[in-house]
Design a protein around this ligand. Structure first.
Ligand code: F6R
Length: 369
């Protein structure tokens, strides 16, 4: 049951370090390379793949957006991520050389299932990433990589999302390994970095009291905006989705570079804007860009809530509230950056008197189109 937590959601947030570690379990061989027996699509077939299409809904779609960055970076295969509910209606171009990755916690989401059927009818190979053993989507796919989050009871997805990310990274690396686009040592390095993420998530969970306090202080606001760049953009969308579904507040996520093309007009005095800041190391261009975005936002009176790596001092002057996350490789940052946003939404919803495990109008698994 709830294991002493006030809600399943709080319990599932707290379960995340274990869920992340469990999803890696048994998938790395003695030499530090990936061993994914479950992916029953022959290496010869995977080597012929010339395009990857990821389909999913809601939170799983946000995991899929992050998968695109990882797949393109590690395999150099073109990858698109599409909402499952839009996918088959635009007559997508698919053939035997297309790998479709369908992500679903429940394995029963009708939109995603229909996308899987459509893809297979067109001759594409479908790999499911799923949390529910024996559910419909894995049964109808060519292969499945299960996430090991354990049962997720709260309607809002938390631990399933983090494990979907881990599974997406594994698929991306595995494609790189099989196709030879990523050499052994690089794969070993990323696999090792991935194995350190469970501890990093645990550290984030240990520092959430100021986030809860901040959430309570914002409970009478009407709107919260979230902005990010690169993999921080889907994280921003996920933060906004959690707030909508749990706190019933107007929340939107934007790519930081898009602000000046319209959304910046929304910003006025005191509006809370959450900014996910990429690592200052490695991708310094991204970091510079976001620092100037934060300045723009703040100059227009917003109250900035900045999520930044430990040791990132450059953002300090522009942060009305600073939330620290451990330093991670750029592509893996969503695993830690999402956690404060889950806690934030859960606490804010609770402060507004909402039932977090059963938000109004929502069902855990959406089996209608
Ligand atoms: C949001 C949420 C939903 C699901 C979506 C897909 O917190 O839980 O957006 O992510 O309905 O569900 P699955 O993953 O079961 O296909």
């Amino acid at each position: 049951e709830k294991g002493g937590y006030a809600s399943f959601m709080l319990k599932e947030i707290a379960d995340q370090p274990k869920a992340v570690a469990d999803t890696l379990l048994g998938r790395v061989d003695g030499t530090g390379l990936l061993h994914l027996d479950e992916v029953r699509i022959a290496p010869e077939v995977l080597r012929e793949v010339d395009k990857v299409v990821v389909v999913a809904c809601g939170t799983a779609y946000h995991a899929g957006m992050i998968a695109k960055y990882a797949i393109e970076h590690w395999t150099r295969l073109p990858c698109e991520t599409e909402l499952a509910s839009e996918f088959r209606y635009r007559d997508p171009i698919l053939d035997q050389r297309t790998l479709v990755v369908a992500i679903s916690q429940s394995g029963e989401t009708m939109d995603t299932l229909m996308a899987v059927r459509h893809a297979r009818e067109q001759g594409a190979k479908v790999l499911a990433i799923c949390n529910t053993n024996g559910s419909t989507i894995p049964r109808e796919s060519d292969a499945v990589l299960y996430t090991h989050a354990g049962p997720e009871v709260a309607v809002a997805s938390t631990k399933a999302f983090l494990t979907q990310l881990v599974a997406c990274y594994l698929v991306a690396l595995y494609l790189g390994q099989v196709r030879g686009t990523k050499w052994g040592d690089e794969i070993r390095t990323v696999v090792r970095q991935l194995s350190e993420m469970s501890g990093a998530v645990d550290r984030v969970l240990g520092t959430m009291e100021p986030v809860r306090e901040l959430a309570r202080s914002l409970s009478s606001h009407n709107t919260v905006l979230f902005v990010g760049r690169h993999v921080g953009y889907p994280v921003a969308l996920e933060g906004a989705l959690k707030l909508k579904e749990l706190a019933y507040m107007h929340a939107e996520g934007f790519a930081a570079g898009e602000l000046k093309h319209g959304p910046i007009a929304l910003i006025d005095e005191g509006l809370p804007v959450v900014v996910i800041v990429p690592s200052p190391r490695g991708r310094s261009v991204l970091h510079d860009k976001i620092v100037s975005n934060i300045q723009e936002i703040r100059a227009r009176g917003a109250r900035t809530v900045v999520i930044a790596e430990e040791g990132d001092e450059e953002v300090v002057p522009y942060a009305d509230h600073l939330i620290r996350i451990p330093a991670t490789p750029t592509l893996l940052q969503p695993l830690v950056a999402t956690v404060p946003l889950q806690v934030f939404a859960c606490e804010l919803a609770t402060a507004r008197g909402n039932e977090v495990d059963q938000p109004r109008n929502l069902a855990k698994s959406v089996t209608v189109e």
